[in-house]
Structure formats: structure tokens, C-alpha cells
Design a protein around this ligand. Structure first.
Ligand code: HAS
Length: 571
């Protein structure tokens, strides 16, 4: 029987202890740099969020040198792209080092190089946006045209993530060579699945940026094929949301059972659900373009069908988690259908934060099903509803899971502890985030259904009476939206205080301190079929599905290309 716990069976055995310690310190430092960068972005992004809700409510006027779209672009890029990406790499780097043993010097060097390249790209992109040369929002839809350097900086960000990803993959390959025939630890397997999906997905945006946006923005070509550029973006854009989600799933699959004192419900099920994300998260991007012309219905229909397939691994995850809750509850003596609920460790902030995050995913995911249903999409596309959707997917299940991880990951990396006072603050933070998000996202959903547009500062359609009626209710009200935003900002600042305390102020942890551990549950891989770890099969099927879903639409967009568009700079 192979049971993977915190380290693989042979992990680290081949390295001398001196090398291991030095490398581990380097990985710790790298992870901390990533977290520091992530939270710096979080601070800027949440501040921009606060400005936005005030502007939507017409409560403030920005100075002439700053406009709404600039602030919205910084908000989207810093939170959706930068906070998530850097936090994810901090988590993956630490977990891979724990699961497979310390990085060798090459892996460590390349991981640092990747970090610096990605960080340079990010800083540069932020400067371009703040200096008013790139108010194109985080989706940078053509024909809005940013400065050429903005696209170059984005390319750097992606290249940086690729470098770190390949370094982590090299670490995994080395482990597998040293452990022939052994299933890798579940954390490592999940990391590689996430990175495989990320690398394939990025091919779309890299192609768009390098071959379309950069030549167009620097004036080497006059026009851009708008439809093609958006299609290549969404080839990347949808798996991007799963790139955010899968590390949260890793915590749900691996950290939650450890906190409950039990093991992973099913090793094979967990692996299969991650593999299904590689297959079905990419050939589905057209569901973001259902209202756009130029793509035959059949291809939209096919990609919508594949989108429904990507729901399956989420339902498998929900099943597995409920089973974990119930098994652990019954082990502790729970009786009846829901007796296990009272046995969950509610006063452990590491658990409660993750649980609330999961609960938010139920309406968040259900909204996704509505979005992807062809006819319903006509109703919600480009309205505030979609903004509500992504705040209760990436903004809560994902972000709150990252917050919950921070409560033990930062102590683990800094060697400090989570004291009672900070734990209380953490509870206030998580609860206030939930309340703020409930107000804000519900208002966004309701206003969106009534017709309030997104990607737009504010519109009451010249005071049309029907439109003014939108703002009468409690939830159909931009004041409720602003109230939610204010609570969220308060919560974000509280989080910054907690991060600061965990990093620099809290006392040093003592041996056996639970809050300074990296909790990974055991996973019994003895019955897991080997073919689940044959990457050629899964990447092969993924490529086949991508070719099936995209070859015709993309060929058509190139062969029967509409007249291209010149760039628009309307800010
Ligand atoms: Fe989405 C737009 C469809 C999930 C993020 N989505 C967006 C945008 C973002 C985003 C950022 O089809 C805006 C992009 C932009 O700027 O234009 N989304 C889906 C579907 C899912 C989905 C089908 N989205 C996510 C996740 C995101 C995210 C996850 C971030 C992390 N989304 C769309 C569509 C659009 C869209 C259209 C375009 C709209 C338009 O017109 O522009 C699925 O993955 C959802 C699966 C979920 C379910 C629901 C049941 C959930 C259950 C609970 C699971 C709970 C678990 C935990 C696992 C099947 C049963 C255990 C539970 C406990 C309670 C303990």
C-alpha cells in the first residue's frame, strides 16, 4: 500500500541534509517574495475597487489625470491576474518542496528567474496603465488599443510564469525518474495538472499578443482581426479561471481532510477530477462570445456542451468533500443525517475560511451554468450580472481560500505563530468579507438582470423612467453595492494587518504548533490506476478536443477574415 503523506516515499533521500536545508531556505524565501508581491497587488487592487464602487454610485469625482477605466483596469489586473498568480506560485513552490523534497540548485535558480521576469512584467504593465496608456481593462479587447509596451509587459508576465512552471515540472520529472513505478504524491500530481493546463492555455494569448496586438500597437500593421484576437484571448481566458480555482481545490482536497483528522476520500477520484479539467477547461472559450457574430451556431453549441462537461469535476469535488465531512463526523461519533455538521472544527479559522469559500461556490457555480446556457446568456451577457458572477467565484471561493491558506502558510514560512488575537482578527476578516460580498455581488446580480451594463462607469440612460426604477429596491441599488464595497475594503485592510503581523510581529512558533504547519492529508494511492499518471494520454486527448473545437472556427476567421479594425483610444 502506498500512502502519500507530507512527503513522497523517497523524497529528499538522495540529497545531503546540508543541501536540503539550504535549498529549503531558498524556497521559503522565494515563496515569501511571491506572497509579498501578491499582497502588494492586493492592496492596490482593493483600493481601486473602493474607488470604483463610489464612482458607480456617483459619490466621488476623480481628478482630471485619473479616469474610471484606468482604475478599473488596475483593479482587474492587480487582483484577477497578479494577486492570484503570485499567490498560486507561492503555494505551489512550498507544496512541491514539501511533497517531493527540496529543489536542486537548477530548479531553484530558474524559479527565481521566472519570479523576477513575471514581477518585472507586472510592474511595467502597472506603470503603463497608471500613466494612462493602457485603459483597456484586464481582457484588453481589441479594437481598444494600448501602447505596444503594455502588450510586451504582459508577454513578460506570461513568460515568467512559464519559466517557474517548467522549473516545477523539472523538479517533478526528476522525482519520477528517481522513483520509477511510484505514483507521485497527490499535491505534486495536482500541481502538474494545473501547470499543464496553464501552459497549453497560454498558447492562445501568447499567439494573440505576439502576432496580433504587438505588431498592431507598434504600427507595423494598420488593422487587427477583432474576432480572432478575442477568440485567442478566450482560448486562454476560460482556463485562466480554472488556473485560479485548481489551487483552491488542492487546498479543499488536501488541507481540509487533514484539518478534520482524516484522509483524502479517494485518491483516484481526486486525480481524475484534475485530469478532467485539463480536458474540458480549454475547448470552451466561445461561451464568452455567444453574442458575437462570425462563428457558426454549431461551434458555439459544441463548446457550450463541452462547458457542461467541465461541471462534472466540480460535482465530483463537491461529492468528495461532503463524503469527507461525513466520514470525519461519524468517526467523531456523529449520528443522524446531518449530525456531522456539529462535529466540524468551526473554531479553526483554517477550516472555517475554506468552508465559507466552498459555500459561496454553490451560487457562484450555478451562475456559471446560467451564463453558459445559450439563451440565458442573451439576458446576462455584458451586464453587471457577470461582474456579480466573478466576484462570487474568483472573488470569494478562490480569494477566501487563499486568505485561509495565508493564515498558516505565512507562519509556516516565517516560523511565527497565529496567536489568539490574530485568530480573532482573522474571523472578523473572513466574516466581513462574506457580508461585504453578499451585499455587493447580490446587488450586481440584480442590477445586471434589470439591465445595468458592465465595463461601463454608470448609466441611467439619460434618466429614462424605467431605468431610474432599477435603483429603487434594496438590492437593486448602487448604494447597496457601495456599502458592500466599503465593507470589503475594511476587510481587505484587516487582512493586510493580519499578513503584516504574521510576517513580522507574531511570536516565534514552537515545535508542534499546528498553525505553523503545512497541513497535507494522507492519500491512499494503492488502488489508483497507473494510467491516471500517463500524461501523454491526457494531454493527447486535450489536444484532440482543442483541435475539434477550434480548428474550423479559427480557420474560418482567418480565411474569411472581416476587414480589420484600426485601433481606438477613447480615454
Ligand atoms: Fe465563470 C464569465 C461560465 C466558473 C470566473 N467567469 C466569467 C468571468 C469570470 C469568471 C472572471 O458560460 C468574466 C470574464 C469577463 O471578464 O468577461 N463559469 C462558467 C461555468 C463555470 C464557471 C459554467 N467562472 C467560474 C469560476 C471562476 C469564473 C470557478 C473563477 C474562479 N463564466 C461562465 C460564462 C461566462 C463566465 C459563460 C461568460 C459570461 C458572458 O456572457 O460574458 C463552472 O465551472 C461552474 C461549475 C459549478 C457548478 C455549480 C454547482 C456547484 C456546486 C458546489 C461546488 C462546491 C464545492 C465545494 C466543490 C456546477 C454543487 C464543496 C461544497 C461545500 C458547500 C462544502
Amino acid at each position: 500500500m502506498i500512502i502519500h503523506s507530507e512527503r513522497g516515499p523517497l523524497a529528499g533521500r538522495r540529497t545531503s541534509s546540508a543541501v536540503t536545508t539550504a535549498a529549503a531556505a531558498s524556497e521559503r524565501k522565494l515563496a515569501l517574495w511571491n506572497i509579498g508581491f501578491a499582497y502588494a497587488a492586493f492592496l492596490i487592487g482593493t483600493f481601486c475597487g473602493l474607488i470604483q464602487v463610489f464612482m458607480r454610485n456617483e459619490m466621488i469625482q476623480l481628478p482630471a489625470w485619473l479616469d474610471y477605466y484606468q482604475v478599473l483596469t488596475v483593479h482587474g489586473v492587480t487582483l484577477a491576474l497578479v494577486y492570484t498568480t503570485f499567490f498560486i506560485y507561492a503555494f505551489l513552490i512550498t507544496g512541491m518542496s514539501k511533497a517531493l523534497g527540496s529543489f536542486g540548485p537548477k530548479v531553484a535558480r530558474w524559479s527565481w528567474i521566472g519570479f523576477f521576469v513575471a514581477a518585472a512584467g507586472t510592474v511595467w504593465a502597472t506603470i503603463e496603465i497608471l500613466s494612462g496608456r493602457a485603459s483597456v481593462l484586464y481582457t484588453f479587447y481589441a479594437p481598444l488599443k494600448a501602447s505596444g509596451w503594455f502588450y510586451v509587459s504582459l508577454a513578460l508576465l506570461i513568460i515568467g510564469t512559464w519559466i517557474i512552471s517548467f522549473a516545477l515540472i523539472a523538479h517533478y520529472v526528476k522525482w519520477r525518474k528517481a522513483n520509477p513505478g511510484v505514483m507521485s504524491p497527490l499535491f505534486a500530481f495536482m500541481t502538474i495538472s494545473t501547470l499543464a493546463m496553464w501552459i497549453i492555455a497560454c498558447l492562445g494569448v501568447v499567439a494573440a499578443v505576439v502576432f496580433m496586438y504587438i505588431p498592431w500597437a507598434f504600427g507595423w500593421v494598420d488593422t487587427i482581426n477583432v474576432e480572432l484576437s478575442r477568440t485567442l484571448f478566450w482560448f486562454f481566458g476560460h482556463p485562466l479561471v480554472y488556473f485560479w480555482l485548481l489551487p483552491a481545490y488542492m487546498a479543499w482536497y488536501l488541507v481540509v481532510p487533514k484539518l478534520l483528522g482524516t484522509k483524502v476520500f479517494s485518491d483516484s477520484l481526486a486525480r481524475l477530477s484534475f485530469l478532467l479539467f485539463i480536458l474540458f477547461s480549454i475547448p470552451v472559450g466561445l461561451h464568452h462570445q455567444l453574442t458575437e457574430p462570425g462563428v457558426a451556431d454549431f461551434w458555439k453549441f459544441l463548446q457550450v456542451t463541452l462547458t457542461f462537461m467541465v461541471v462534472i469535476p466540480t460535482l465530483m469535488t463537491a461529492f468528495s468533500l461532503f463524503a469527507t465531512f461525513e466520514i470525519s463526523g461519524r468517526q467523531k461519533g456523529a449520528k443522524g443525517l446531518f449530525g456531522w455538521v456539529s462535529k466540524l472544527p468551526w473554531n479553526d479559522i483554517r477550516f472555517t475560511s475554506l468552508f465559507i469559500a466552498m459555500v459561496f461556490f454553490i451560487p457562484g457555480g450555478a451562475g456559471g451554468i446560467i451564463n453558459t446556457s445559450f439563451q440565458l446568456n442573451e439576458m446576462v451577457h455584458n451586464t453587471l450580472w457577470v461582474v456579480g458572477h466573478f466576484h462570487i467565484t474568483v472573488g470569494t471561493p478562490v480569494a477566501m481560500t487563499f486568505m485561509g491558506i495565508s493564515f498558516w502558510l505565512i507562519p509556516y514560512l516565517t516560523g511565527r505563530t497565529l496567536t489568539k488575537t490574530t485568530k480573532k482578527l482573522a474571523f472578523v476578516q473572513i466574516i466581513s468579507w462574506s457580508v461585504g460580498m453578499l451585499f455587493m455581488s447580490t446587488a450586481q446580480h440584480v442590477l445586471g438582470l434589470l439591465g445595468a451594463p458592465r465595463r461601463t462607469q454608470h448609466s441611467n440612460y439619460s434618466d429614462h423612467p424605467t431605468v431610474l426604477g432599477w435603483f429603487d429596491g434594496f438590492f437593486s441599488n448602487t448604494a447597496t453595492l457601495a456599502l458592500g464595497g466599503i465593507i470589503l475594503f475594511f476587510s481587505a485592510m484587516l487582512l493586510m494587518v493580519i499578513v503584516f503581523r504574521l510576517w513580522l510581529i507574531e511570536p516565534r512558533s514552537e515545535k508542534g504548533d499546528l498553525y505553523a504547519e503545512f497541513p497535507i492529508a494522507e492519500s491512499d494511492a494503492s488502488a489508483t490506476p497507473r494510467w491516471l499518471e500517463n500524461w501523454w494520454i491526457w494531454i493527447g486527448i486535450a489536444v484532440a478536443l482543442i483541435l475539434l473545437a477550434y480548428t474550423f472556427p479559427i480557420t474560418h476567421m482567418i480565411q474569411d477574415a472581416p476587414p480589420g479594425s484600426k485601433g481606438f483610444i477613447n480615454w
